[in-house]
Ligand binder design. Structure first.
Ligand code: UDP
Length: 345
């Protein structure tokens, strides 16, 4: 293994990427190139030191070849990863998570570069065992008309391509499966800086800021284990110092924050009231069909087994939901409260 000098982060302007890039600039002396189509999140506060920002899509002619040529390590984070889009634009979802990235995997394999690929816990699909394990849990996707599974299927197939390159062609790679990472700067808010339905945290924040009801899809009994973005970033940075992680698939999640969506709504209402004074928002039951349209197929429960990450990276996520909510609410209030007030008048 050569000493690492430079790293490229594809999709580094997004939610996970912008937190990770800040960590890279703060905690390493690597040369950093960030490739994305938008840098609003990265540019929202001064960067700790300079990074090369390349405004481009990974499909741009010659981009992958150039980036792989110039960097020893490539982190791939580009995707369309909001469940509301999986059944609305499945072809774009499949291209972004599979078709557009096959050339990257091939190139890293040919040029012997280290690839860190961000996959997803969605690959486990409907497997709802106690704790989902990287190498022993089955990956159970729904039928083809349930188009929600277009994302998981594309992500799984790319994992299989990476695995085949590792096993048969000497590629050095690590596949990361993040579980419901949340934090400041997540997603957009519909009507303010995007359209459609973001993931649950942003949707609930939107409702709280606008004094509307928090939509509980099918009652909110479904459960997720939420990982704070700082814990996630710490693990990803640890990966760069861990040669043993090469060749591995690794879950990153926080099993201790396993709660129902109804409980999440209650905790967010309480935390928001503490921050902003008592507010009138309450949860409201909505059906999945009316909320997401046909082809949405929810996952009831998703809890990670994180023994591998803990052993390899000496990592343990430490942020409880209660501890992370104030910073998240603070971020959304500072960015959107004025706009929400403006929209209401
Ligand atoms: N959900 C909800 N209200 C919303 C958005 C999502 O009840 O406004 C539910 C959704 O049906 C799912 C869970 O919250 O069961 C998490 O959804 P999210 O889109 O954040 O991501 P997922 O974990 O499903 O990939």
């Amino acid at each position: 293994m050569h000493p690492m000098r430079s790293i490229a982060v594809l999709g580094g302007g997004g939610f996970l990427g912008s937190h990770f890039v800040r960590g890279l600039l703060q905690q390493t002396n690597l040369e950093v190139e960030v490739v994305d189509t938008c840098f609003t999140k990265l540019e929202s506060a001064p960067l700790p030191r300079a990074a090369r920002l390349t405004r481009a899509c990974v499909t741009q002619q010659g981009l992958i070849e150039r980036v792989v040529e110039e960097h020893e390590t490539i982190v791939s984070m580009t995707a369309i990863c909001t469940p509301a889009n999986y059944n609305k634009e499945p072809l774009a979802v499949i291209d972004a998570s599979y078709t557009d990235l096959v050339p990257l995997v091939q190139r890293c394999s040919e040029k012997k570069r280290y690839l860190i690929h961000l996959s997803t816990c969605e690959v486990y699909g409907k497997a709802e065992s106690e704790a989902l394990n990287e190498t022993s849990s089955p990956l159970l996707l729904g039928p083809i008309p349930a188009e929600r599974w277009s994302y998981a299927c594309a992500k799984q197939l790319l994992e299989r391509v990476i695995w085949a390159h590792m096993t048969h062609h000497g590629l050095e790679a690590t596949i990361i499966r993040p579980f419901n990472v949340i934090g400041p700067q997540m997603d957009y808010l519909p009507g303010f800086d995007g359209e459609g339905t973001p993931r649950v945290l942003a949707n609930f924040m939107h409702a709280l800021l606008c004094g509307e009801a928090l939509p509980l899809v099918d009652g909110g009994a479904q459960r997720r284990a939420f990982l704070y973005v700082d814990d996630f970033t710490e693990a990803l940075l640890g990966l760069l110092r861990c040669p043993e992680a090469r060749g591995e698939i690794i879950n990153l999640g926080n099993p201790e924050n396993d709660i129902s969506i109804a409980e999440l709504a209650a905790q967010m209402i309480a935390a928001y009231s503490k921050h902003q004074g008592p507010k009138a928002s309450t949860p409201e039951l909505v059906s999945a069909d009316s909320f997401y349209g046909a082809g949405y197929d929810d996952v009831k429960r998703r809890v990670p087994d994180i023994h591998k990450a803990s052993a390899l990276l000496q990592w343990r996520p430490s942020t409880s939901l209660e501890a992370m909510l104030p910073a998240i609410i603070d971020d959304y209030v500072s960015r959107y409260a004025g706009k929400a007030r403006g929209a209401a008048t």
